[in-house]
Design a protein around this ligand. Structure first.
Ligand code: SAH
Length: 232
């Protein structure tokens, strides 16, 4: 059998995983071998008796910095196992993650995700191992583990067979450079609020037109940045 899409996570908290990645459709896909998850405990690569992975920042300042020697060995161990998977450092300084990058990663062999803790990671290891930095948003987390889950979950749901209805993927937010149109379901009247008439009309052309117009209006209002970059 060919190797499934593989996520390797480098972390000092391996027992965080699979966490949410073990649930629902993503979790079943993990169980049935559509994708594989490996964790590597970065601390295993420390060589002193305290197994330290961090040290004080050169030049002073608050917090601790992850050591390049320890992290470098952990990255090399991951790369030896998955030589073709890009190595990503989850970092607020990274390029913001978007659906286009998720799609590319999902089409590749997998991803090796390096989770930071403390103040950050020694810059030399990022450069020496050609590590891509990815951010999941403009806010600061306590560590890269949750960000790695976000990245991996976004990729895995695009793998063939993970989400039963492929059409549901095409319609989604960002796929056409737009946010998604609003959804409704039964009951037809809820707290005096009706489902928009057009959705009950059975006219698929009109429904598609209405959804498109809604998606455009919502995108324009909420995300002018996406609206100005949309594919026309
Ligand atoms: N001092 C750093 C923040 C460190 S937070 C700075 O100001 O940039 C500790 C770790 O959490 C980071 O190394 C990173 O792995 C992770 N992290 C925090 N916020 C993140 C975000 N928005 N996206 C991805 N990873 C993040």
């Amino acid at each position: 059998m060919r190797t499934p899409w593989t996520a390797t996570v480098l972390t000092i908290l391996p027992n965080v995983f699979p966490g949410p990645l073990g649930a629902s459709l993503i979790g079943s896909a993990l169980e049935n071998g559509t994708w594989a998850l490996h964790t590597i405990d970065t601390r295993e690569f420390a060589e002193d008796k305290h197994r330290s992975v961090d040290d004080t920042p050169a030049g002073g300042g608050p917090g601790m910095v992850m050591r390049p020697d320890v992290v470098g060995r952990a990255v090399d161990a991951a790369t030896a196992k998955s030589p073709d998977a890009p190595v990503v450092f989850l970092s607020p300084r990274g390029k913001p993650l978007d659906q286009a990058r998720v799609r590319e990663l999902a089409q590749g062999p997998g991803v090796t995700a390096l989770c930071g803790r403390f103040e950050g990671l020694d810059e030399r290891v990022i450069a020496a191992r050609n590590i891509e930095e990815i951010s999941i948003g403009d806010y600061v987390l306590a560590g890269g583990e949750v960000a790695a889950c976000v990245l991996i979950e976004a990729c895995v749901r695009l793998l063939p067979g993970v989400i039963g209805d492929a059409a549901s993927l095409e319609q989604e937010s960002f796929e056409q450079g737009l946010l998604e149109y609003p959804h409704y379901t039964r009951p037809r009247t809820w707290e005096g609020l009706e489902i928009p008439e057009v959705l009950l009309s059975g006219d698929h052309g009109k429904i598609a037109e209405w959804r498109r117009a809604q998606a455009e209006a919502i995108t324009k209002e909420r995300r002018p940045d996406l609206w100005s970059r949309r594919k026309k």
